[in-house]
Unconditional design. Structure first.
Length: 447
């Protein structure tokens, strides 16, 4: 049986040691205390002198008690994770500000008058960390939504209800698209302005802002500056130890200095893949005598170099006119040591396909003007662009701090990183062995 008092003391000692050894030379860059997660410790570094809890990010700027931190929690990689949400439900009987019918419930009309009613209303938030997003079908759409099969009250075919995970409010310098569907990233607008718009819209929508007293530009700029100063990554693995030991470059500090430019290392117009060695954090552990470190290094090599024949990915194969692209995981996850897509390139890898639908998600039937009929649990980018060809397309998120913020994909359909690996293994017929899967998971857990 685990000695929890000893474990807590060990975690505390490890956290203190990490702070003392951080070696931050810039006085404005502050390493926050590491926080335990499923596989080790996750840590945030701030380039603005630390996490200022007096920032408007942590203050209620709307009318329903919510703050940005209601859905972007430091302990869970600045996102949300169902176990933490469930604890809030237990502590408050489902009245914590995150539990608001406007989008926390499966539909705003849900009964929330009792604890049991709230358990039903907030079931997707509690089990998958999903927030309801309502988007209108664009007026110029080349498709029509003709039917919905859903267990919930929201069934309007013009005002579409879909359910998505809040994205982390950290490592934002590397973003090329804001929001899963890019609706806050119109062409030609700066990242700052995209984040400004997203923050304003979140207060007006998720926090039910007061139309008579909208947040000031100074307030929104303060929020954007705060979240833009954050870098988060796994800093310690329970079995491998500190992730910047023995030549490794894990943890959040290297991210602060990581060079980045939009389009870096991207697939070119001729379909030539980028440099596959996107992640170089653990190359120094390749010949480590510590078994877990060697496994992490092998997993990194698999992620970088394991050949994948990429087929049937709308946004890639069709855009290039190539039925098959010879690539690796890093063909799409190509931003060096970060892992998102370095250009705004939404892709449909099949997460929202009808074949992968679970009973807790709606299924929409869409008739396209070209005669095609599509069934999907989420129209994705199509609800922004109005294009049938964009159905099911989403951006690839930043792959840092993964261990702290399960579940995965836009709809939380992968409960664990093992489920993520299994998805890709079957989707692209990778033929990974049990050892290769284990190594790849070990690597992802250290990001």
């Amino acid at each position: 049986m685990m000695n929890y008092r000893f474990a807590a003391a060990a975690i505390t000692a490890a956290a203190c040691g990490l702070l003392l050894s951080a070696g931050v030379s810039d006085p404005t860059t502050v390493a926050e205390a590491p926080i335990p997660d499923a596989t080790g410790l996750v840590q945030t570094v701030s380039t603005a002198g630390g996490v200022d809890t007096n920032n408007p990010f942590f203050l209620s700027e709307g009318t329903n008690g919510r703050t940005c931190a209601s859905c972007h929690v430091q302990a869970t990689g600045w996102g949300i994770s169902p176990p933490e949400v469930a604890l809030r439900f237990l502590r408050t009987a489902g009245t914590d500000p995150i539990f608001r019918p406007v989008d926390g419930a499966t539909c705003p009309s849900d009964d929330v008058s009792t604890v049991w009613a709230r358990l039903r209303a907030y079931q997707l938030l509690l089990t998958k960390g999903l927030i309801r997003i309502e988007l209108d079908v664009p007026a110029n759409a080349d498709f029509q939504v003709t039917a919905v099969d859903t267990p919930y009250a929201c069934k309007d075919l013009n005002h579409i209800s879909i359910y998505r995970r809040p994205l982390p409010a950290t490592n934002l310098r590397f973003l090329t698209t804001v929001m899963w569907d890019g609706r806050e990233s119109p062409a030609g607008r700066s990242l700052h302005d995209n984040l400004f718009s997203q923050s304003f819209d979140a207060i007006e929508g998720h926090a039910q802002g007061d139309p008579a007293n909208p947040p000031s530009a100074a307030t929104i700029n303060s929020i954007v500056a705060f979240e833009s100063s954050l870098y988060t990554a796994q800093v310690r693995d329970f079995r491998a130890g500190t992730l910047d030991h023995a030549g490794a470059q894990g943890g959040p500090l290297p991210l602060v200095a990581q060079p980045f430019a939009v389009g870096v290392n991207n697939l070119d117009a001729n379909g030539q893949p980028p440099d596959p060695d996107v992640f170089t954090n653990y190359a120094a552990w390749t010949h480590s005598t510590v078994a877990r470190r060697a496994a992490i290094a092998r997993g990194e090599a698999i992620f970088n170099r394991r050949p994948i024949t990429i087929t049937g990915v709308n946004g890639l194969n069709d855009a290039l006119g190539l039925p098959a692209v010879a690539g690796t995981c890093t063909t799409c996850h190509n931003t060096p040591n970060v892992g998102n897509h370095s250009v705004a390139g939404p892709l449909n890898i099949g997460i929202a396909d009808a074949s992968r639908r679970t009973p807790d998600l709606p299924l929409y039937t869409v008739s396209c003007n070209n005669g095609e009929t599509v069934q999907t649990t989420d129209l994705g980018r199509a609800l922004v662009s109005g294009k049938c060809s964009d159905i099911g397309k989403f951006k690839g998120p930043i792959l840092r701090g993964l261990a702290a913020r399960a579940p995965y994909f836009h709809n939380g359909s992968a409960a664990t990183l093992a489920d993520v690996v299994d998805f890709y293994n079957t989707r692209f017929n990778l033929g990974l062995s049990a050892q290769e899967k284990s190594d790849l998971i070990a690597f992802l857990e250290t990001l």
